[in-house]
Design a binder for this molecule. Structure first.
Ligand code: PAF
Length: 282
């Protein structure tokens, strides 16, 4: 690796940071197993700032007991190449002991907007995300941080956290990157069996169809949810966790579609839980 420097400890990064002397820093936090979605965030940062830092840390705090923490795909070699190719300068890859030398007693909780949608089926997940993102921000001290709207609820939580706690990092929102058949890119897509993979594009298709209905004048949230549900139920391996139509980013529930609205869903294929969404402005 020519350009990319691997940083493993907080102390090492602090040393580098002090040498950067006020350069603008763009930060892309990830859990690794990078794909074109992550690369699009790195490329955007490359255009915006002087120094681009990517972190890879599979954060144990944001996984539930029966979730995929131990099986989450990991490959530093592969990730280093992809991060460098996209234009990263530094790859921060701390071990769990570096991030959590003792069990953390301090946690960051964002209320209300974490009780619904993914928060309902993944209790504690967003506390884990908010806590690790705060830690990473305090370590890296980025000018700007880049997140995909793919994890729309996570993004709303982070934006609210930054706003409420006056965290001096700008949050940059980037679009979802999709496979050619519309499936939103995710590190978890590698879990899908060929049969599950062939049915998974139904998520995006159903959201696109719902968006068309809204564009044609449909305003009933109940009707839109029913449309999406009907379409997804045609895929025999799909198991719906939730389908929600809400105001974004407040996540307020509405009966009638109005203003900036998110159509969001989580669907399980076997053990793999996929999420996707579309934002529409009405
Ligand atoms: O979106 C992710 O990959 C993770 O939730 C994040 C933001 C890196 C925190 O662990």
């Amino acid at each position: 690796l020519k350009g990319l420097k691997i940083v493993k400890t907080i102390e090492e990064w602090r040393g580098i940071y002090s040498e950067l002397k006020g350069c603008s820093i763009g930060f892309v936090p990830t859990m690794g197993y990078l794909h074109e979605g992550h690369q699009s965030l790195i490329k955007k940062a490359r255009k915006d700032v002087e120094v681009v830092v990517v972190s890879i840390f599979v954060n144990p705090l944001q996984f539930g007991k029966n979730e995929d923490f131990s099986t989450y795909p990991r490959s530093l070699e592969r990730d280093s190449l992809l991060a460098e190719e996209a234009g990263a300068d530094y790859l921060f890859v701390p071990e769990a002991e570096e991030m959590y030398p003792s069990p953390t007693l301090a946690k960051v909780t964002v209320g209300h907007i974490t009780d619904m949608m993914c928060g309902r089926s993944r209790p504690g997940h967003f506390d884990g995300v908010a806590t690790v993102v705060t830690k990473l921000f305090n370590i890296i001290r980025p000018t700007l941080a880049y997140f995909s709207i793919k994890d729309a609820q996570q993004l709303a939580v982070i934006q609210r956290m930054v706003q409420d706690l006056n965290i001096p990092t700008g949050i940059v929102t980037c679009p979802i990157v999709r496979e050619s058949d519309g499936l939103a890119m995710s590190s978890r897509n590698v879990y899908l069996t060929p049969e599950e993979r062939s049915q998974a594009p139904i998520l995006n298709e159903s959201l696109k169809r719902a968006k068309e209905l809204i564009e044609q004048g449909e305003r009933s949230v109940q009707q839109i949810v029913l449309e999406i549900k009907g379409k997804i139920e045609k895929a025999p391996l799909a198991n719906i966790d939730y389908i929600e139509v809400r105001e974004y980013p407040s996540l307020d529930q509405k009966e009638i579609v109005e203003g900036q609205t998110i159509l969001a869903l989580a669907v399980k294929f076997g053990k793999t839980r996929l999420i996707d969404n579309i934002i529409v402005n009405v």
